[in-house]
Design a protein around this ligand. Structure first.
Ligand code: KG4
Ligand code: ZN
Length: 340
């Protein structure tokens, strides 16, 4: 039998994206249109602007993904779209587009949970078998999960306040760094001294796998407020580096607790996968690499362009679901909230 080929569509936040992926793990096309310029004047994503921009661009992006893959719709095995969680106007645009193509060409439709897309990306890019420990770190989510199979996710811990990407974004704004905050904070930190400020390491020493980042963010605010405005470039860099080091240490500490707990309950878990936009951060990747070396774990991090929002991960999750017969009806309703 021919390998399955799935078109994926992602519109849940501020990236409009379409991609085509095969069952044998080839990415035939992967187009992403970022709406950064539309949202920059507001310092954050404006849902109504995002929805309209998705609508303006989605048809062209799907055509582009099909052309780059040299395929027609009749060559596809299914159409996958992010069905949630996310900004609902955008999710509706992606889901309606996917349903229309599926209906016209009589193809299966797959509603993919955006988090499942992030969670399964490592199986597209690397030879990762179930079960594995997953650190899912993005702008809206910060969780540790035990991934036992497609659709089988056990939550080990999550944030009690901000997601780590949200903390990066808010801290960057506070330091006067350009939008979008996460990548510009990482860039500023390259010129900074991470030992300059002794910031709190959130949750260190506490049992369990929950996260917290609002205290760290507030600690940076107190230091920044005592400095002249606009912040001198070196102060920006030192605070960025100190914040990033504290955030990385906290993530490592929570993952270590998860590894210790799993050593008893699930000794077969030997792999840590990191996913989500924050997984593109090099300091965090290096810190997790060290942790895995200490615990005899292998460490898997997809390439940065597959960590931030993209449609290849949605197409791949669609393939994983299609293989199991987990298709969705055309009556699927987009979900603003949808826990894994
Ligand atoms: O997965 P993603 O693209 O969208 C969501 O599903 O949230 O993640 C976006 C988040 C943002 O908070 C962004 O600031 C953060 O990931 N991010 C980073 C980096 N690149 C993106 N955070 C730290 N360092 C980065 N290099
Ligand atoms: Zn995401």
């Amino acid at each position: 039998v021919r390998a399955m080929i799935v078109l994926g569509i992602e519109t849940s936040c501020d990236e409009t994206a379409a991609a085509i992926v095969t069952e044998d793990r080839q990415i035939l096309s992967n187009v992403v249109l970022s709406q950064l310029d539309e949202h920059r004047p507001y310092g954050g994503v404006v849902p109504e602007i995002a929805a309209r921009a998705h609508l303006d661009h989605i048809d062209r992006l799907v055509s582009q993904a099909m052309e780059e893959a040299h395929l027609g719709f009749a060559d596809l095995s299914g159409i996958a779209a992010t069905g949630g969680p996310g900004l609902i106007g955008g999710v509706i645009v992606g889901v309606m587009t996917a349903k229309s193509i599926a209906a016209v060409h009589d193809l299966p439709f797959l509603a993919v949970n955006h988090l499942e897309g992030h969670a399964l990306t490592a199986r597209l890019t690397d030879d990762v078998a179930f079960p594995y420990l997953l650190l899912l770190v993005s702008g809206g989510h910060c969780q540790l999960l035990l991934v036992e199979g497609v659709g089988r996710y056990a939550l080990l811990g999550s944030t009690i306040d901000d997601a780590v990407g949200e903390a990066f974004d808010k801290t960057a704004k506070m330091l006067g760094l350009p939008y979008p905050g996460g990548p510009s904070l990482e860039k500023a930190a390259l010129q900074g001294d991470a030992t300059c400020h002794d910031l709190p390491r959130p949750m260190l020493g506490r049992p369990g796998c929950d996260f917290s980042f609002s205290g760290l963010k507030t600690a940076v605010r107190h230091i920044a407020e005592a400095l002249p405005r606009p912040l001198p470039v070196q102060e920006q860099a030192d605070l960025a580096a100190s914040f990033q080091a504290a955030a990385a240490a906290s993530l490592v500490n929570r993952c270590r607790n998860a590894m210790t707990a799993l050593a008893d309950s699930h000794p077969e878990v030997r792999t840590l996968v990191v996913a989500g936009g924050v997984a593109s951060n090099q300091t965090i990747r290096a810190a997790l690499t060290g942790l895995c070396a200490d615990h005899g774990y292998s460490f898997v991090a997809p390439p940065p362009r597959l960590c931030t929002d993209n449609a290849a991960m949605i197409a791949w999750a669609g393939i994983e679901r299609l293989r199991l017969g987990l298709t969705d009806g055309l009556d699927f309703a987009p979900r603003p909230r949808w826990p894994l």
